[in-house]
Every structure is written in C-alpha cells, then in structure tokens.
Ligand binder design. Sequence first.
Ligand SMILES: [Zn+2]
Length: 234
Amino acid sequence: MQRKSLISELFRSQNLHYGFNQSFFFSSEKTQIPSPLADPDDSLYADVPKPQRDKSERKPYPTPMKVLIERAKKEREVRKAQPCRVLEDPPGNGLLVPELVDVAHRVYRARESLLSGVAKLIRVVPVQRCRFCHEVHIGPVGHEIRTCTGPESGVRSATHVWRKGRVHDVVFFPKCFHLYDRVGKPRVTHDEWHSVKQIPAVVELCIQAGVDIEKYPTKRRTKPVYSSSFTGLL
Ligand SMILES: [Zn+2]
C-alpha cells in the first residue's frame, strides 16, 4: 500500500511539473499571436471595432469659434449704433398676424369639439387606464400583457392595475405657462412658478395667435412696440 501511494504521489508531482512547464511554454508563445491592434488597417480585421477616441479630443465646432466671435462683435456694434428700433413684423411687434386669427379660432373650436366628443364616447365605450403608468386600454376589462413600468412594477411582475379612464387619459395636451404680456414680459422667472397659471399649450398657442378667453387674460396692442436692443424690450 505504501509503495502504491508513493508511486501515485510521484506521478502527481510530475504531472504538476509538466503542467507548469506547459503553461510557461504557452505564455512564452503569447507574443507570437497576431493582434488586431498591431495593424488596424489590415483588411483581415476590417470588422473589428476601432479603439475609442481619446475623451480629451474635442469635436470641432460646425462654425469656427473665430467666426462666432467676429459675428458677435459686429452685432454688438450694430446695437450700439441703433439703440432703438421698431419691430415691424407681427407677432414680434406685439400685434396679431391678421390671417392667423381665424386659424387660431378654428383650432380652439376643434379642441373643444374633440374633448366634448370624446367625453360623450367614453360614457358608452369603456376606457381603462393603468393606475401606475400611462397605459390605456379601450374595452370593458384591461389587458393582461405585462408591460407596466410604473412604481413597484417588479413586485407585480409588470402587471398593469386598471381603473376607469377619463377624457384626459385618451386625449392628452401638454401644459405650459400662460403669458399675460408675451412681448413686454416674455420670460417667466423661477420665482413665478406658483403665481403664473399653467394651461394646455394648444390653448396658449391659440390665445397668443388671437383667441380671447376671459379666464386667461392677455395684453392686446393696437400699436407696435419699440425695442431698445435685440434682447431687451421697452
Ligand atoms: Zn401600468
């Protein structure tokens, strides 16, 4: 028994030795393997993605910086030479574009008609809306396709949780801040976040183009405004 174990021990140590030599042999061969990085233009490696650009390298500007600086200088000089100029074209001068007033009224009426029509339809045709995401389904019961991306959807295996849908689930209008004086005070500052009303953007568009709505008053002008510069207005 002792002899047997001695022989097997010896055999194992020889194997280990051989294994070590083998790996050593292959490691010394490593430098012989051709690398795609060695010659990137080689047609053999045409499909291999090329190494990424250095992040410190900047993409060139479409318009050279020198040209931009010169252009800004010229504009500044023009502003100094002509500090007060009349803005001639509506809507920039505060007046309405006459031919667009009717278009604005039609768009506004179309929106109202759309909303009232959808309200009538959903009274009869049931609409389902997911409680956790924006998925909408038209029918008496919601679908069972697991595509919910709402909060804790992982817990529900991405199953939607359906509830009765409303008009605004079917027709969604993004909102924007309403401007009382779009030319005199076109900028809404951060501090006005809560004081300036947010209304559907399409309604604001119609108002600025000429629709008057009592609950969203806006300043209408009969004379064009004067501008003190390209950016500041009187
Ligand atoms: Zn959902």
